[in-house]
Structure formats: structure tokens, C-alpha cells
Design a binder for this molecule. Structure first.
Ligand code: GAR
Length: 190
């Protein structure tokens, strides 16, 4: 049984999807051993509702060292599911190949510092992009630069707004995130 630690900052609908797909067997032979949040958020409440060990480490001076101490040594995969703090290079190196993130755009486009949530969708609409989508990728010290594991796109229509793009991206995330987690846990080549 593989141990997943999920890091969240927001509403945690992707966390919920991971919980549900572990329950229904889409993600096989895995459990969530802990949910870590960097702020009070609904993602933390979801963990509590499902009796998953949960830890709040508020952002600030000691965040990185506390996070490093909190992650259990037997963790097989650290999953960033709407997690907005930047991880230190030492942390990324220690867990190299064992941290993945979901990003709400088609990386390498619309990634990097400040590109999260609605900022991404606003930028996509502003740039009159024809497509958007979601990417699951390995986490390295370069923000949103690690190797892609799975990516899926959709066509943007003339009626789309940042809000409708966000909804469409979320649906794609719910589809590719469990698949990407399975892929990494079972060492299936990218
Ligand atoms: C997701 O769309 C995820 O891709 C994005 O935050 C949202 C979290 O939603 N992550 C980033 O922007 C990270 N750069 P959720 O809390 O409902 O899962």
C-alpha cells in the first residue's frame, strides 16, 4: 500500500477527487496518510470529514522546516493539489521524483511565479488562446518546470470567460489527476 501526502491551500476539489478515486479503485493500492495545508481552507475540512490525518502549517518564517519535519519518512508520493506555497530547492531535491503538481494550464505556457488559479485563466483569455487545459508534472526547484506526466487540452470558444475556462479546466483535472497518480505510483513510463 503506497502512502500519499496531499498538500492543499484551497477548496480541495482535487483532493476530494483523489479521496473518491482511491475509494472506487481508480487509484489502486494507495492511501492518503496525511493532508497538509498552508492556511485555513476547505481542503483541510475535507480531510477532517474523511478522518485523514491533517496538519495546518501556517505560511511564514518556519514553514519550510516544519513542512520538512512533518512529511512522514515512509511517504511514496507528495501530491500538490491546489497548493500555493513555493517549495524550497532542498525539499524538491530530497523528494526528487516523488512530488507532483497539477497546474491549470498547458505548460510550459502560463506557468511560473504568480501563475495560479484565476490569474492563469485571466491570462489565457487575455492572450486570446485557442486552447487551455491542465498539466500534471513532476516538481523541481524551477517553478512549473518539471517534466510533464499527463496533459489534456480543450478548445476555447468565443463565449468563454476566465470563469468558464476555470470550470472546464477543473473537469479535465478530475480526469487526468488520478491517472497521473497511478502512472507515477506504478512506474509506468511517461
Ligand atoms: C486547481 O485548478 C489547480 O490546478 C490550481 O488550483 C486549483 C485548486 O482547486 N493550482 C494552481 O494554480 C497551482 N499553480 P481545488 O482546490 O478545487 O483542487
Amino acid at each position: 500500500m503506497k502512502n500519499l501526502v496531499i498538500l492543499v491551500s484551497g477548496s480541495g476539489t482535487n483532493l476530494q477527487r483523489i479521496i473518491d478515486t482511491i475509494d472506487n479503485g481508480e487509484i489502486s493500492d494507495a492511501r492518503i496518510s496525511m493532508v497538509v495545508a498552508d492556511r485555513e481552507c476547505y481542503g483541510l475540512e475535507r480531510a477532517k470529514k474523511h478522518n485523514i490525518e491533517n496538519v495546518l502549517i501556517p505560511r511564514g518564517k518556519n514553514f519550510s522546516s516544519e513542512l520538512a519535519e512533518t512529511i512522514p519518512a515512509n511517504t511514496d508520493l507528495i501530491v500538490l493539489a491546489g497548493f500555493l506555497s513555493i517549495l524550497k530547492p532542498e525539499f524538491c531535491e530530497k523528494w526528487n521524483g516523488k512530488i507532483i503538481n497539477i497546474h491549470p494550464a498547458l505548460l510550459p505556457k502560463f506557468g511560473g511565479k504568480g501563475m495560479w488559479g484565476h490569474h492563469v485563466h485571466n491570462a489565457v483569455i487575455e492572450a486570446k488562446e485557442k486552447q487551455s487545459g491542465a498539466t500534471v508534472h513532476f516538481v523541481t526547484s524551477g517553478i512549473d518546470e518539471g517534466e510533464a506526466i499527463l496533459q489534456k487540452s480543450f478548445e476555447i470558444t468565443e463565449d468563454d470567460t476566465p470563469e468558464t475556462v476555470a470550470e472546464k479546466v477543473h473537469l479535465i483535472e478530475y480526469e487526468i489527476f488520478p491517472k497521473a497518480i497511478n502512472k507515477v505510483l506504478n512506474n509506468i513510463p511517461i
